[in-house]
Ligand binder design. Structure first.
Ligand code: ADP
Ligand code: ZN
Ligand code: ZN
Length: 734
C-alpha cells in the first residue's frame, strides 16, 4: 500500500499536490503529520511545502508521482489552530492554500536548505537564582561566582562560555539541582527579566467597567469594541485584560497597525510584564523573526506584539486577541494574499472560543455597524484619562486668509503662542516631498511621469523629480522643455517645503520632519521620537506616520495644513478616512496637563463634514456616513470583490476583463458584475489597469460565484497575457 502525502506548495495551485513518502523511510507508517514542513521537488526546483493530509490513493498514475525529499520537522510546526485559519483564509480570499501557509512561516522556515536551526543548550537563572542572597553561597565560592557571572551576563550562557571563565560542569550541575539555574533551548531562551514595576494607575470608572466586561467573558468568543476617544486610556484596559488572561495561563496576541508603533507598545508591555513579551514584524532580521516566532510557538513568549502578519503565528495557549486601532488600513495586506488581519483575528478567536478586543477612537464603519447590530459589545470610554481635557478645534478659512507658503496668518500666530509658552507644535500634511507639481508659469507645462498618469513630485535634498507611484526619478529641468522659459516653479506644499518655510519663520526653533523620506529606518524614527520625547519646544512636521497612536505629551497645538483633498475624493471611503485622520491627529494635542488646540486650514469652511468633526462627534459622523452607505448600497450594506488586471497595452487588459465578465455574469443572479472600467490612474509604471467590481447584497452568492467560476477565468487564454488579482473586501476601489 502506497501512502500518498498531500502537500500544500507555494504556487498557483488550487489543491495540494500528491507526493510519495521519502525514500529514506520505507516503513508504511511515515510520521508525517499535517502541519509539518517537507522539502519537495517541483519541476526542477526544490520547495518547502506543508503537509496537509495523507491518503491511500492518488488520482494520478503512481509512476508519475515524485517523492518527498526530506521531512524537515519531526513534529508539526503549525498547529491545528493555524491550519484551520489558513484553510479559512484560502477559501475566503480564493487564494492558493500553499501560498497562505507560506505566510504562516517565518522567512527562515521557508528555505529548503535552512533545515531546523541547531540549538545549543544554554543556562539562565531561575527566579530563585535571580533573587538569592549571594552571602548564602559563601561556603561554595565557585557557585557564588557562577551565579554572579550569570547575573552580569546580558544573555543566557552556553556550557563552553561558563567553562571558559573557569566554571566546571560539576558546579553547573549543583546549581541546577539547587534550582538556581535552568537549562534552556538557546533559540528561545531570553534572559529572565521580571517586570520593571507595578505602578499601574487606578482605572477610572469607564475603564474599570470596560475591563470588567472583557474579563468576565474570558472563556468564550465575545467581540468587544473598545470605543474610546484618543487619550481615554484604552491601553490601560488592554493591559488589565492581558494581566487577567496571563494569570489564567493564557497567551495574548496584540496586533498594532504600524512597525513604528511596536517599540512603543513593546516598551510599555515590557515594563509591565518583563521578558515574557516578544515582538514580530517585517522590519526585523530573519533570524530575530525566527526566534520570536519560535518563542511564541513553544510558549516561551506569553505576549506577542506584532503587525498584521503576526496573526498567523502559532500560539498554543492563546486566550485573548487585542487589535489596537482596528480601523487602520494597514491591517489590510495590499498585494499577494489580500487579507485583513483584523477580520482574521475574529475568525481565529471564533475557532478557538476566545475573546477579541477591537480598540479605536475612530472605529471603522463596518465595526460600528456590527456593534449596532448587537454582534459586538460596545464599550465606551468617553473621557480622557488622567485629567487631560479634550482639545478645542477650529477652522482657518483660507479664502479670507491666504497662505502662499502654506501657513495662514492666524495659524502662524497660534504657533508663535504655543512655542513661546514652551510647548510643541505638530504640523500635519499628508504629502511628502517638496511640492506636488512642477509647472512652467509661461506656458503651463507640468512635469508628468512618463510611465504613469501622474505628476512628478518635486524633491529637495536630494533635488529632483520623483514619481510617488512607480518610483521613477528625473533631474529638475533648468528650463521648460516645452517653451524654453527658465526655471519652472514648484507649486503647492509638501513636508520638505513646510520644513523649509518653518525654518525661516521660526529661526531658533528646531523643526523635526517625520515622513518616509526622513525616517525610513526604524532607528531614524526612534531618534526623532526620542528628541520629541525630551519635551523641548519644537515643531514636528509630518505625514500620517505622525498621526498614529503616538503619545506626545508636550504637543499643545496641532495644525492640519490641507484637508480639502479628502472632501471631494472619488472613493466611497474617503470621508471615513478623512474623519479618522483628522480626529486621530487631533488626538495628539494636549494629551497631558496642558490643554490642546487643533486648527484646520480649509477653502471649504461650509462643508457639512466640518460641523460634526469640530464637535469631535465621531459617533454622529459615523451614523450619518452609515446612513449614506445604506442608501447607496455600499459596504457594510453590500459585499464587494474587485478583480484587477494590468498589462503593457490597453486592449489586452480589456479583452481579458470582458471575457471574465462574460464568464462571471449570470451565474449568481444576486451578484452584479460591474465593468470593466479603467482604474482611476489608468497607466501606472508603464502598464494599463482596469477592473471588474463584483457586488452582492450578501456574502454567500459572491463566494459561490468565485468558487464556481474562478478556475474557468484562470484557464482563459487571455489570462496568461495579463497580471490579474482578486481582492475580497477591498478597501479602495481604484
Ligand atoms: P489611548 O490608548 O486611549 O489613546 P492611553 O492608554 O495611551 O490612551 O492613555 C493616555 C494617557 O493617560 C497615558 O499617559 C496613560 O498613562 C494615562 N492614563 C491611562 N489611564 C489612566 C488612569 N486610570 N489614571 C491616570 N492616568 C491614566
Ligand atoms: Zn513653458
Ligand atoms: Zn510613475
Amino acid at each position: 500500500m502506497t501512502r500518498i502525502i498531500k502537500v500544500a506548495v507555494p504556487g498557483p495551485f488550487r489543491t495540494p499536490l500528491d507526493y510519495l513518502p521519502p525514500q529514506a523511510e520505507p516503513s508504511a507508517d511515515v510520521p508525517v503529520e499535517p502541519g509539518s514542513r517537507v522539502s519537495v521537488p517541483l519541476g526542477r526546483r526544490r520547495l518547502v511545502g506543508v503537509v496537509v493530509g495523507a491518503e491511500d490513493h492518488s488520482s494520478l498514475d503512481a509512476h508519475r508521482l515524485r517523492r518527498v525529499q526530506k521531512v524537515l520537522d519531526s513534529a508539526p510546526i503549525l498547529d491545528t489552530d493555524i491550519l484551520e485559519l489558513a484553510h479559512w483564509a484560502s477559501e475566503y480570499y480564493h487564494h492558493p492554500l500553499g501560498e497562505v501557509l507560506a505566510r504562516c512561516l517565518p522567512p527562515r522556515h521557508r528555505r529548503p536548505d535552512a533545515g531546523t536551526p541547531r540549538t545549543p543548550r544554554v543556562w539562565q537563572l531561575t527566579a530563585a537564582g535571580l533573587s538569592t542572597d549571594l552571602a548564602t553561597l559563601a561556603r561554595t565560592p565557585a557557585q557564588a561566582r557562577a551565579v554572579e557571572t550569570l547575573r552580569a551576563a546580558t544573555a543566557p550562557q552556553r556550557d563552553e562560555d561558563l567553562r571558559a571563565v573557569g566554571i566546571r560542569s560539576e558546579i553547573i550541575r549543583k546549581l541546577e539541582q539547587a534550582g538556581l539555574i535552568v537549562a534552556m533551548d538557546a533559540m528561545v531562551a531570553s534572559a529572565l527579566e521580571p517586570p520593571v514595576s507595578d505602578d499601574r494607575p487606578r482605572l477610572n470608572v469607564h475603564q474599570a467597567a470596560a475591563a470588567d466586561a472583557i474579563v468576565a467573558a474570558m472563556d468564550s468568543f465575545v467581540v468587544s469594541l473598545l470605543d474610546g476617544i484618543t487619550g481615554s486610556g484604552k491601553t490601560e484596559v488592554y493591559l488589565h485584560a492581558m494581566t487577567s488572561a496571563m494569570a489564567a495561563g493564557r497567551q495574548v496576541l496584540l496586533l498594532v497597525p504600524e512597525i513604528g508603533l511596536t517599540p512603543q507598545a513593546e516598551q510599555r508591555l515590557h515594563h509591565r510584564f518583563g521578558s515574557a513579551v516578544a515582538t514580530l514584524h517585517s522590519g526585523m532580521s530573519d533570524l530575530l523573526r525566527l526566534r520570536a516566532w519560535e518563542r511564541a510557538r513553544r510558549g516561551g513568549a506569553r505576549i506577542l506584539i506584532g503587525t498584521r502578519s503576526a496573526i498567523f503565528t502559532p500560539l498554543p495557549d492563546l486566550g485573548l486577541i487585542v487589535v489596537d486601532e482596528e480601523h487602520d488600513e494597514s491591517f489590510k495586506q495590499q498585494d499577494g494574499l489580500r487579507y485583513s488581519a483584523r477580520d482574521l483575528a475574529l475568525v481565529r478567536a471564533r475557532n478557538r472560543g476566545i475573546p477579541v478586543v477591537l480598540g479605536s477612537a475612530t472605529p471603522s464603519l463596518e465595526t460600528l455597524h456590527n456593534a449596532g447590530a448587537g454582534r459586538y459589545r460596545h464599550l465606551l470610554l468617553p473621557e480622557r484619562a488622567g485629567g487631560a481635557s479634550r482639545p478645542t478645534m477650529g477652522l482657518v478659512d483660507l479664502r479670507r486668509h491666504p497662505a502662499p507658503e502654506g501657513f495662514a496668518a492666524p495659524l502662524q500666530t497660534a504657533m508663535n503662542e504655543a512655542l513661546t509658552a514652551g510647548n510643541q507644535v505638530l504640523v500635519f500634511l499628508n504629502r511628502r516631498g517638496f511640492a506636488p507639481v512642477l509647472r512652467c508659469s509661461d506656458c503651463g507645462w507640468m512635469a508628468d511621469c512618463h510611465r504613469c498618469d501622474a505628476r512628478m513630485t518635486v524633491h529637495s535634498r536630494p533635488a529632483g523629480l520623483r514619481c510617488h507611484h512607480c518610483g521613477a526619478r528625473r533631474s529638475l529641468p533648468p528650463e521648460c522643455p516645452q517653451c524654453g522659459a527658465p526655471e519652472p516653479m514648484p507649486i503647492g506644499q509638501g513636508t520638505q517645503r513646510s520644513e523649509h518655510v518653518l525654518g525661516r519663520h521660526f529661526p531658533g526653533t528646531p523643526v523635526i520632519r517625520i515622513d518616509r523620506d526622513s525616517t525610513a529606518s526604524q532607528p531614524a524614527l526612534q531618534a526623532a521620537l526620542d528628541r520629541i520625547g525630551r519635551g523641548d519646544p519644537c515643531i514636528l512636521v509630518g505625514t500620517q506616520m505622525l498621526a498614529k497612536g503616538h503619545h506626545f505629551p508636550a504637543v499643545t497645538l496641532v495644525a492640519v495644513l490641507d484637508a480639502d483633498s479628502g472632501l471631494f475624493s472619488a472613493d466611497f471611503r474617503s470621508s471615513e478616512r478623512l474623519a479618522q485622520q483628522i480626529l486621530q491627529v487631533a488626538g495628539r494635542a494636549g494629551r497631558a496637563e496642558r490643554p490642546g488646540r487643533v486648527l484646520i486650514q480649509t477653502h471649504e469652511p461650509n462643508h457639512p463634514l466640518w460641523e460634526t468633526l469640530l464637535r469631535q462627534d465621531y459617533a454622529a459622523f459615523a451614523a450619518a456616513a452609515l446612513d449614506e452607505r445604506r442608501q447607496t448600497g455600499l459596504p457594510p450594506f453590500s459585499h464587494l470583490a474587485l478583480l484587477r488586471a494590468e498589462a503593457p497595452d490597453r486592449a489586452t487588459v480589456w479583452a481579458f476583463l470582458e471575457r471574465t465578465a462574460a464568464c462571471l455574469d449570470g451565474e449568481q443572479p444576486q451578484v452584479a458584475v460591474l465593468g470593466p472600467v479603467a482604474a482611476l490612474r489608468e497607466r501606472l509604471a508603464g502598464r494599463y489597469r482596469a477592473q471588474l467590481l463584483l457586488q452582492s447584497p450578501t456574502r454567500p452568492p459572491l463566494h459561490a460565484l468565485l468558487r464556481n467560476r474562478l478556475a474557468e477565468v484562470e484557464a482563459l487564454p487571455e489570462s496568461r497575457r495579463v497580471r490579474w488579482s482578486l481582492d475580497v473586501d477591498p478597501i479602495d476601489l481604484y
